[in-house]
Write a protein that binds this ligand. Structure first.
Ligand SMILES: Nc1ncnc2c1ncn2[C@@H]1O[C@H](COP(=O)(O)OP(=O)(O)OP(=O)(O)O)[C@@H](O)[C@H]1O
Ligand SMILES: [Mg+2]
Length: 265
């Protein structure tokens, strides 16, 4: 029998949610991602770490085809979610992105009210039968984004009128409102204060009960706190991928060790 781990920090054996094989990404002539293969587990938080420019955001964007929106970007290789090739011609990228939600490095609220920022996705996907149900979805999402108390009295005010940190929490709330199966977060806490960061980290831990979460972070403390698996990228290569505790205490590769001890980056 498999023994239950003693702390939540240890990885448990779960199903593979995303399987990437031999992924290459080019921006014109710049070969930004080189031969990356990785199996991302369901119900697990996976951290992507590595120096600036190593390809973390680029690889993350491959997982919900956000790179499709960048003209000069070409993606090769195979990425499957639940065994389905997400680059197959029959896949609708809009449907894919509802299933694989994303929070970007810079907050990008829609030019709409706070309420409509959250209600937009649930409306499109027919998640509510009436206004009362939609109100409930909006409140629940804003609570999960740790921003409800700050906005509950001005739901009709524009989302773009919030502070940077509030906008980021609004975007997190928007991403979880459609109940995605995978949530991709690109440095979600870089604009947040320590209190909001702690709230978002709690949310991430809650989300992994049901979802696969992939988070890019420059904070090793954050990677160690929130993730069970960690992938270290360097110059477009996936150098090492293992249990977070192993990466931070006993990495196999000298480049990983140099990075986590602060010698490169
Ligand atoms: N939209 C783009 N157009 C052209 N080149 C890009 C684009 N986005 C990224 N790149 C290039 O791809 C490489 C990887 O960049 P990427 O943004 O993925 O790195 P990163 O690891 O997320 O860095 P950071 O930690 O600074 O966010 C870099 O050489 C970068 O210049
Ligand atoms: Mg980035």
């Amino acid at each position: 029998m498999y023994d239950a781990p003693s702390t939540t920090k240890e990885a448990v054996v779960t199903d593979v949610k995303i399987q990437a094989n031999d992924v290459q990404v080019y921006y014109a002539d710049n070969h930004a991602i080189k031969d990356v293969s990785v199996a991302i587990q369901d119900k697990t938080v996976t951290a992507f770490i590595g120096p600036s420019g190593c390809g973390k955001s680029t690889f993350l964007r491959c997982l919900n085809r956000m790179n499709d929106t960048i003209d000069i970007c070409r993606v090769h290789g195979k990425i499957e979610i639940d065994g389905e090739d997400i680059y197959d011609k029959r896949v609708d990228p809009v449907q894919l992105r509802a299933k694989v939600g994303m929070v970007f490095q810079k907050p990008n609220p829609f030019p709409k009210s706070i309420y409509d920022n959250i209600a937009y996705g649930p409306r499109i996907h027919g998640m509510a039968r009436n206004k009362a149900e939609l109100d409930e979805i909006v409140e629940r999402a804003l609570r999960r984004g740790a921003i409800w108390d700050e906005v509950k009295d001005r739901l009709n005010a524009p989302g773009t009128g919030l502070s940077g940190g509030q906008q980021q929490r609004l975007c997190i709330a928007r991403a979880v409102a459609t109940e995605p199966e995978v949530l991709l977060m690109d440095e979600p806490c870089s604009a947040l204060d320590p209190i909001a960061t702690a709230q978002v980290e709690e949310l991430i831990d809650e989300l992994r009960q049901n979802y696969a979460v992939v988070i890019v972070t420059h904070s090793m403390q954050q990677a160690a706190r929130v993730s069970q698996r960690t992938a270290f990228f360097h110059l477009g290569h996936l150098v090492e991928y293992d249990d977070t505790s192993k990466i931070f205490t006993n990495p196999e590769d000298s480049r990983t060790e140099s990075y986590i001890t602060g010698r490169i980056g």
